[in-house]
Design a protein around this ligand. Structure first.
Ligand SMILES: C[S@@+](CC[C@H](N)C(=O)[O-])C[C@H]1O[C@@H](n2cnc3c(N)ncnc32)[C@H](O)[C@@H]1O
Length: 271
């Protein structure tokens, strides 16, 4: 669908096929809405913020300036996470940790596809958490989520000290090197900087998550993360510092870039 079609289906609350039947007729208020949408788009605002919605794994989620717009690549992470969690064949309820929940896309998709999990959904941004709560409630999964407004570094340290354990950690952390953010397209720069900025080399959050992840993961657990373009060698080297991780596997996205990493714990490991 073209951007114009997407705006019209949103204004008319109809499907694309219905646009042809409508023969382009808009009331004056609908025309005004359409002109305003086009003006916002011409100003560089992301289309999804203007529509107020996006599709993630077949679910319509509300999106606005409070959080990153879910990307199609992140659906690969979710598909893999569903496969891994189901392969654990556990009958008990599994504890999943989503670091940097944003709009709630990953957490909600997991809960809609797996029955026996509860999720701790953490974000440093109050705004993002408010949006994630709205989306969780609209999808009837909020009872299975514990929301937490924390810095992930502090949370991971505290959990490691208190002995809190998880079966699976998922994360799509900010991974753009700080110095490259100004080169991103105008509409991407309209998304929250805190959702993009991965520190000087883009790897800040991977260092933290990998360092503490093994300390709070069950011996049969998995760490599943989305990664940025060309970051796989550096991330592999970070994993190599921690022998508790056994198999580390990278998965490619639709254009052949290594986009998701899954590390399994070494259940036989002895200190
Ligand atoms: C790349 S976005 C991912 C959002 C969502 N999970 C997705 O896949 O679209 C990263 C998220 O991490 C959050 N974040 C950034 N720094 C953080 C920190 N220090 N602790 C916890 N969350 C953080 C941001 O607010 C943002 O929502």
């Amino acid at each position: 669908m073209t951007e114009n079609d997407l705006m019209l289906t949103s204004i008319l609350d109809c499907r694309r096929v219905d646009l042809a039947l409508n023969k382009g007729y808009l009331t004056s208020s609908q025309k005004l809405k359409c002109d305003l949408m086009k003006a916002r788009r011409a100003e560089g605002e992301p289309l999804q913020y203007i529509l107020g919605q996006c599709d993630f794994m077949g679910t319509a989620l509300s999106v606005d300036q409070r959080a990153l717009i879910p990307r199609p690549e992140t659906e690969i992470l979710v598909d893999l996470a569903i496969e891994k969690i189901k392969s654990m064949r556990e009958e008990k309820t599994l504890n999943v940790l989503d670091l940097g929940v944003g709009s709630g896309n990953i957490t909600i998709a997991l809960l809609k596809n797996i029955v026996n999990i509860t999720i701790t959904a953490l974000d440093i941004s109050d705004d993002a958490l408010a949006l994630a709560k709205e989306n969780a409630s609209a999808n009837y999964v909020e009872q299975k989520i514990q929301f937490s407004c924390r810095d992930m570094l502090a949370y991971l340290k505290d959990s490691a000290h208190s002995g809190k354990m998880f079966d699976v950690i998922v994360s799509n952390p900010p991974y753009i090197p700080a110095g490259l953010i100004h080169e991103l397209p105008e509409d991407v720069r309209r998304e929250p900087r805190i959702a993009l900025d991965g520190g000087e080399d883009g790897l800040r959050f991977y260092r933290t998550i990998i360092e503490y992840g093994w300390q709070i993961l069950d011996p049969k657990g998995f760490l599943i993360m989305e990664i940025g373009d060309g970051q796989h060698d550096a991330i592999e080297s970070i994993f190599a510092r921690y022998p508790r991780y056994a198999v580390i596997h990278f998965y490619k996205d639709y254009v052949g870039t290594k986009r998701v990493v899954i590390a399994r714990m070494d259940a036989q490991w002895k200190n």
